[in-house]
Design a protein around this ligand. Structure first.
Ligand code: GDP
Length: 531
């Protein structure tokens, strides 16, 4: 197929990625440093200020302000080395929501940040598993080497055994904590000397060539002897970097550094531009779509409400999958088969909104949503392309929604339906009761939903604990077996979700296992696709 040069060039220079890490590993600090390299922000503290709740330019959701955390993800676009980088932010709080997971379906690669003193943590594992669903290539940054850390060899071991991903160290630390001297670049045979950093983006660290450089051995006799020994060991025991294995999601290049000192950050940004993939083909129900195709297409992966409380607007975040988007163009909203003229599109430069003139595959655009867009919705210039792979995740937390004022039941139902469409929470209706069960992957989602029900729908809802441990969507090829299942005692635990799918609400892990064993032909799914 012949593609236009303009689009081919723009697609090739796009990199769209997200940072995955456990809270406190250094994601915010690193984001800030990455933005500084591009000149997107002049001084450190901008991203941080948002995190700590001192919002200057934008009003975030009420709860976000109260808690001083970022409930909603946002998108930061910046240019570096003639590339356009889209960094998709994910909430750092441990009560994170499905948004966090779903944002990862819109990226082409991920940067995994590990705290060198703590190693692999719970959230890292969860997020990595989501990346694995699409074999997303992952670059690893082991942060905080200026502190007392765990043994780097042991850390690599842990990454490999817990996350089940091959590690290819690209840089290797020389000492740690007070004795942190820098990193050795195994591929370039160069040593980058550590100096406590400041907030300048253009800060240069001294580079010295060669692990056998006599000058280095004179400067740090003990550390260099130790380094030589370690590097021999590492080269013997670990894998050399292999681009194909990285692109297949099988191997992760590992870098060591200190985000707060801006040390080792440029190296990961370069790896992102040089090694990480640009936009790739995306699967739709009818065919896969090449990002260089002339015609525009994309899908909504996130809906964010009330970024501007004065307007009560909702913004649908759309990832462009192909073609060129131009402001004012008409695009077709596949699910409701309606053409929409989009003149009011936005992109997000840190926290300020700017008008988009054009966008290409890999870019994220924000469409004003007047209530008819849902997560997973596809848009195109007319062809019926429904993109796949935008999942709903089985919730881990459950509540029964009740209202104090029974007259407001209609508002409650309407509110929950809309919040459900936005992906703020999942709503299940048990087959044999009139309860409304809410499910979330992070408990904080309930607080967000309660506060939004109050502010936007005037409903004072209480959420009571539900004796549900987990949910699984159920399907079966054999209709008769499905009917038997529905009519069995296990059938009492079935519920219908917002998209009319059947889900089994298990009271405990044991209950789920027993039911699965009893009904081997029924498939219990941990995720489901957009309806
Ligand atoms: P997030 O929760 O992952 O976004 O983590 P932050 O970026 O907020 O960092 C958590 C804490 O670790 C903050 O107090 C940072 O100042 C600190 N921190 C981040 N990077 C480094 C580093 O390289 N060295 C040290 N010593 N502290 C760091």
């Amino acid at each position: 197929m012949n593609y236009s040069n303009d689009i081919v060039r723009e697609v090739a220079r796009r990199r769209t990625f997200g940072i995955i890490s456990h809270p406190d590993a250094g994601k915010t600090t690193l984001t800030e440093k990455l933005l500084m390299f591009s000149g997107a922000i002049q001084l450190a503290g901008t991203v941080k200020a948002r995190k700590s709740g001192r919002h200057a330019t934008s009003d975030w959701m009420e709860i976000e302000k109260q808690r001083g955390i970022s409930v909603a993800s946002s998108v930061m676009q910046f240019e570096y080395r003639d590339h356009v980088v889209n960094l998709l932010d994910t909430p750092g709080h441990q009560d994170f929501s499905e948004d966090t997971y779903r944002v990862l379906t819109a990226v082409d690669s991920a940067l995994m940040v590990i705290d060198a003193a703590k190693g692999v943590e719970e959230q890292t594992i969860k997020l990595l598993n989501v990346c694995r669903m699409r074999n997303t290539p992952i670059i690893t940054f082991v942060n905080k080497m200026d502190r007392e850390t765990r043994d780097p060899m042991e850390l690599l071991d842990e990454l490999e055994s817990v996350l089940k991903i091959e590690c290819a160290p690209v840089t290797w630390p020389i000492g740690m904590g007070k004795n942190f001297r820098g990193v050795y670049h195994l591929i370039n045979d160069e040593i980058l000397l550590f100096a406590a950093g400041n907030d300048r983006a253009d800060q240069e660290f001294q580079v010295m060539k060669g692990i056998d450089n006599p000058e280095l051995h004179k400067m740090f006799p003990d550390e260099m002897a130790q380094l030589k020994m370690e590097v021999e060991l590492v080269q013997g025991a670990s894998h050399p970097f292999d681009l194909e294995r990285f692109l297949g999601g099988l191997q992760t290049p590992v870098f060591f550094g200190s985000a707060i000192n801006n040390f080792g950050v440029r190296e990961i940004l370069n790896a992102l531009l040089d090694w990480a993939p640009g936009p790739r083909e995306r699967d739709a129900t009818v065919r896969s779509v090449d990002p260089r195709e002339e015609k525009f297409s994309g899908f909504v992966f996130k809906i964010q409400a009330n970024m501007d409380p004065a307007h009560r607007d909702r913004i649908a975040f759309l990832r462009v999958c192909s073609g060129k988007f131009e402001r004012g163009m008409k695009i077709n909203h596949l699910r409701i088969n309606r053409d929409v003229k989009v003149s009011n599109v936005v992109t997000f430069m840190a926290s300020s909104r700017e008008q988009v003139e054009e966008a290409y595959a890999g870019d994220i655009i924000g469409l004003p949503n007047h209530g008819n867009m849902q997560i997973g919705d596809s848009f195109s210039e007319g062809e019926a392309l429904q993109f796949t792979g935008i999942p709903y995740f089985a919730p881990d937390f459950f509540r029964v929604a009740r209202i104090r004022n029974p007259m407001k039941i209609k508002q409650l139902q309407k509110g929950l339906q809309q919040l459900g469409e936005e992906g703020a929470v999942q709503v299940f209706k048990p087959v044999n009761s009139s309860d409304l069960i809410l499910g979330a992957v992070g408990a904080l989602q309930f607080e967000v939903v309660a506060s939004r029900l109050m502010n936007e729908y005037g409903v004072d809802a209480v959420f009571e604990t539900a004796s549900i441990n987990c949910a699984r969507w159920v399907t079966c090829d054999d209709k008769k077996i499905m009917t038997d299942f529905q009519n069995s005692s296990a059938g009492h635990q079935l519920a219908i979700d917002a998209a009319e799918n059947l889900a089994y609400l298990a009271t405990s892990a044991v209950n789920l296992r027993v039911t699965q064993e009893r009904w081997p032909q029924i498939v219990f799914h941990e995720t489901r696709e957009h309806a």
